[in-house]
Design a protein around this ligand. Structure first.
Ligand SMILES: [Zn+2]
Length: 282
């Protein structure tokens, strides 16, 4: 896996699931089949045979001797019967990728949760003697106040996968979770920014070195061409679209790297405005 080095910041992707495929209309209910005829808009790595392909990865940030993780993917041994390839998996490749970077779970200083969906909090915890415990014993885990409040009020009804209970509450119970305001300095030069809509308190992270870690405000390069497409999993699709449009505009104007959670390798891109939406700068 390549590293992206921007000034004092080094960025490395840690992949948990290389290609997770689902019917395009399951992800994007308003997807118009006419798009399938637009050959130039469609990369087979992005869509093929009516399936959209996503990667599930964390970002490892290293700067000034600190090791920071953004999001924790699907994880291992979690009970996810609705997703056979997430269900009780061994998932060791993700840990191996971390170790390959010369790091142990003990070496992680900060874990930032952009939001609390099951494919972003999995490795927050690991199974030890039948109990879920923090995977990163020395880390401060960071979550937006609004995001936590939303899920703690609704998880008994709305936690589709049980991930709030097995991957978030054990961190809170250990006293390792900190709840932060919408705009908060996570570490030197790294500021959180509220980008709501996919979930009510979704946070992105901006680096002054020119990187924008945007979690799930965008899932697929298809949404560069069609920024209006929100997913079936967005709590407020209209607000999600508005957050996405603002961020894409800002990134294209500042020349920052767009770094979402689900793009294929390398997982980051620069973008420019085009006649229709945005284009990746290769
Ligand atoms: Zn996601």
């Amino acid at each position: 896996m390549r590293n992206l080095v921007l000034g004092s910041l080094s960025v490395t992707g840690l992949t948990d699931i290389n290609s997770f495929s689902l019917p395009v209309k399951t992800l994007f209910p308003s997807f118009d089949d006419k798009i399938l005829n637009e050959k130039e808009a469609l990369d087979p790595k992005v869509i093929s045979n009516g399936l959209i392909h996503l990667t599930i990865r964390s970002w490892l940030l290293r700067q000034f001797g600190q090791n920071i993780l953004i999001d924790c993917c699907v994880g291992a041994h979690k009970n996810r019967p609705n997703h056979p390839n997430w269900h009780k998996r061994d998932g060791k490749d993700w840990l191996k990728a971390l170790i390959k970077e010369g790091l142990r779970p003990e070496d992680i200083d900060i874990v930032m949760c952009t939001h609390l969906h099951a494919d972003h909090v999995g490795w927050n915890t690991k199974l030890e003697n039948g109990r879920w415990v923090p995977t990163f014993p020395n880390a401060r885990y960071i979550c937006g106040k609004q995001e936590y409040k939303h899920w703690s009020n609704t998880y008994k009804k709305s936690d589709r996968h049980g991930s709030f209970q097995d991957s978030v509450l054990p961190i809170v119970e250990k006293g390792q979770m900190e709840f932060v305001q919408d705009e908060w300095e996570l570490a030197e030069g790294l500021i959180t920014q509220l980008t709501p809509g996919h979930t009510p308190g979704h946070l992105s992270l901006k680096s002054k070195e020119g990187a924008f870690f945007c979690g799930d405000i965008i899932h697929s390069p298809l949404q560069l061409r069609y920024p209006e497409l929100s997913t079936a999993f967005c709590s407020d699709p209209i607000l999600a679209r508005s957050s996405r449009e603002k961020v894409l505009l800002e990134i294209s104007e500042t020349g920052s790297y767009l770094i979402p959670a689900h793009f294929a390798d390398p997982g980051w891109t620069k973008i420019k405005k085009s006649r229709f939406g945005y284009k990746q700068i290769k």
